[in-house]
Design a protein around this ligand. Structure first.
Ligand SMILES: [Zn+2]
Ligand SMILES: [Zn+2]
Length: 211
């Protein structure tokens, strides 16, 4: 009887350790990821991100009640782009206490100002309002992801792009910097669409070692 119980307990314990150790989020923290739709956001796409993040990070992922995009965050110098820097601050400041990481999701175009040695990188006409896929604190609590620049008629390719960008920004939230390993999801090439498509699906062993 006791022997049978041990035979049952050992595989359960082993399975628990495997799932616990393979989570890329530090297991001693009780993480809950909150997905924050900003403006109208496709429900099927939200559910896709929820499922992918849950499978990858092995933590609860909840969908929060939608919020309107604050109009004051807009910049009209190159069409309509919203400030990603302002969005991640706003998301962090307004996140529910129960949420440890908040991911803002929008279909609108977002931008940041690219700086070099404390000044706007030249040519300023390009880099002052630079369109991006996503931005996240490094480390920190919030990120924002726009699918505006990820569009393609190839659905599996679109899903790969979206998943890659969200996990990349959550990596920054966990303190990971850009990584030189080819195909690592934290490779800074993942800020260009041509290479997002060739990205692998996970953090490399170097990055995992830093978590
Ligand atoms: Zn990055
Ligand atoms: Zn890496």
């Amino acid at each position: 009887m006791q022997y049978n119980l041990i035979r049952l307990v050992i595989p359960i314990l082993f399975a628990f350790l495997i799932t616990h150790c393979t989570s890329p989020i530090k297991p001693n923290q009780h993480h809950i990821i909150g997905l924050q739709p900003i403006g109208q956001y496709a429900p099927g796409q939200l559910q896709f991100i929820q499922k992918e993040l849950h499978a990858f990070f092995k933590v609860p992922v909840v969908i929060l009640k939608g919020k309107d995009m604050p109009v004051s965050f807009i910049n009209r110098s190159k069409g309509e782009r919203y400030s990603a820097d302002t969005l991640i601050k706003w998301l962090a400041d307004n996140a529910p206490d129960s949420i440890t990481k908040i991911v803002g999701l929008t279909h609108k175009d977002i931008f940041t100002t690219v700086k070099e040695n404390g000044h706007i990188k030249g040519p300023a006409a390009s880099y002052a309002v630079w369109g991006i896929f996503g931005l996240g604190y490094q480390p920190g609590r919030s990120s924002v992801i726009s699918d505006h620049r990820l569009q393609t008629s190839n659905i599996p390719c679109f899903k790969h792009r979206l998943r890659t960008i969200v996990i990349h920004e959550l990596g920054h939230n966990q303190g990971l910097p850009h990584c030189p390993t080819p195909k690592c999801i934290m490779n800074d090439a993942n800020e260009r669409i041509q290479t997002v498509d060739q990205s692998g699906d996970t953090y490399c062993s170097l990055c995992k070692g830093k978590l």
